[in-house]
Design a protein around this ligand. Sequence first.
Ligand code: SF4
Length: 371
Amino acid sequence: MVDGTNAATPARWEQLATQVLDGRPLTFDEGLSVLACADLELPALLAATYRVRHRVWGNAVQLYFLKNAKSGLCGEDCGYCSQSKVSSAPIEKYRMNDEATLLASARAAAETGARTFCIVTAGRGPTDRELDHVVQVVEKIKRTLPLNICCCLGLLEPAQAERLAAAGVDRVNHNLNTSRRFYPEICTTHTFDDRLATLQAVRSAGMELCSGGIVGMGEADADVVDLALALRELKVESIPVNFLHAIDGTPLQGVDRLNPRYCLKVLCLFRLANPNSEIRIAGGRELHLGWLQPQGLYAANSLFVSDYLTTKGQSPEDDYRMIKDLGFVVAAPGPETAAAIRAQRAAAESAAATGPAADASCSVPCGPAGA
Ligand code: SF4
């Protein structure tokens, strides 16, 4: 793993973190330099990034619980997705879960300690009937459980976004996935601009944005940096960073371009580019970060607990153990927590706008990564 690059320059990462904490946005070239960080400098990069994570998020870890409410049967051709019409992956396929199933999953999410329940459906976008169903279920969940709700229903028209907002949906997930340049390489049935239009509709309806991407699909470093900066432009509140789990039967089957150190650098990039956003280590966490998985939380502040859409995650017990061993804490569930976090983030933004960081003393107790 040692790559021979001069490792005696960790101070530059401290300087970069200080600049970010002082409110100066990461530039494109600085983003590229983060991804090109020598492996020997990775502990220093993580330590510097942790200072940025800590100022806004402390040592809290937000947990999300995914419910794949409708699986497979999608007519789009996203090359990474096992639920696409062009995938022959042997996944479970089913139409929309009924109300009782969704409510039971929401209860399970609350019992797991998740702060947010994510309702996900495969497909280009919801039908009128599907939207009616989701609206009805969300209204019931919000009346009975202390959960924030995030919906991921595909492309949305402005009127559909407004209905979700009126039902009490807090956030909508719609990933940009990659850069505008690389987008046609992974999907031809809709465009990057279609996805942007959905995010704009969600924002106009007054909901928060959850939007991130997938790394490891064959894109260049510049595409990853473009994505991180595009999300900053949109002021996305929550950014899931997925690492491609190339499922057999999908067009990207066999693509394997990631290593754990690169994944950590990607997480540092997203944190430094988006200091005030929630950064979530999403799909591919266990597979690609491997033994370095805990170190990802020095940059990210959020995880999915339990399983992903069509792949298994590690057990919630292992997640809790990992968080505890790091000395971190699980953020308490509930909308009131989300409001407190938003206030904390606004305070951090205002502090960055008015002067240097007050908290410049945190460091990461981590040894050489993967040496
Ligand atoms: S639109 Fe969603 S469900 Fe359909 S193929 Fe693309 S990512 Fe998969």
